[in-house]
Write a protein that binds this ligand. Structure first.
Ligand code: C5J
Length: 220
């Protein structure tokens, strides 16, 4: 078994049971004019990880390993978006509002799409999720079980929100999760750093963390 150098200790890679999960690399979070920007965030740190996420994606494709993409995406009638989520705070744009890239975080709107450079291939499932975690109200767990996957390499945005929530959901379901630290980002650098520490603390209470080079060196 290959051990990937990681924190808090080597990740015991099971090459036949691992998948990459790229979380919410959507125009609405990464590009100016989207939902993330409407909340007052500077999106440039998220744009900076795009080449690294693309490298990780290319490495999994080259290795012939399974890849899943997620999107935070709601139905046009907003029946899967609780008012408690939609009405919170005073953002310039709320979920479902018309914005420069169409209706914010609504399936089918341009802003809801994954950024072009990371466009999923036809055999790479795209999981539309109404929550922050990718297991809540989706069939991700069933899809992973059907393919015998027990390990997840996680990347995407934002580290402390949808990425960490998904890792916690996966951890509780028995998955071993490895975070690619340079292929994830937050609008808040200190939140990213804290999230990584929370994941690896206490003997990897949520999972493991390492960089993309270490992962690619092990799978290819
Ligand atoms: C947020 C996400 N931050 N994908 N979504 O609202 O992390």
């Amino acid at each position: 078994m290959t051990q990937i150098p990681a924190r808090p200790f080597g990740f015991p890679l099971a090459r036949d049971r691992v998948a990459l999960v790229i979380i919410d690399m959507q125009r609405d979070f990464v590009e100016p004019g989207g939902f993330g920007a409407s909340l007052g965030n500077d999106v440039r740190p998220l744009q900076a990880i795009v080449p690294t996420v693309a490298r990780l994606l290319a490495g999994f494709r080259a290795a012939g390993l399974p890849i899943f993409h997620t999107r935070e995406a709601h139905r046009p009638d907003l029946s899967d978006c609780p008012p408690a989520k939609r009405l919170r705070g005073a953002p310039a744009l709320r979920i479902g509002d018309p914005g420069p890239m169409g209706r914010v975080l609504i399936k089918g709107a341009p802003g809801c799409e994954i950024i072009p450079v990371l466009t999923p291939l036809p055999d790479e499932p795209v999981i539309d999720k109404p929550g922050k975690g990718a297991f809540y109200a989706t069939d991700l767990g069933d899809q992973l079980a059907a393919r015998g996957i027990t390990q997840l390499v996680c990347a995407g945005v934002t580290t402390e929100v949808c990425v960490q929530t998904t890792m916690r959901e996966a951890n509780d379901r028995g998955f071993e999760c490895l975070l690619a630290t340079d292929a994830t980002e937050s609008y808040f650098p200190s939140f990213k750093a804290a999230a990584i520490e929370m994941i690896v603390a206490q003997g990897g209470i949520v999972g493991w963390a390492t960089d993309t080079d270490a992962i690619l060196g092990a799978i290819n």
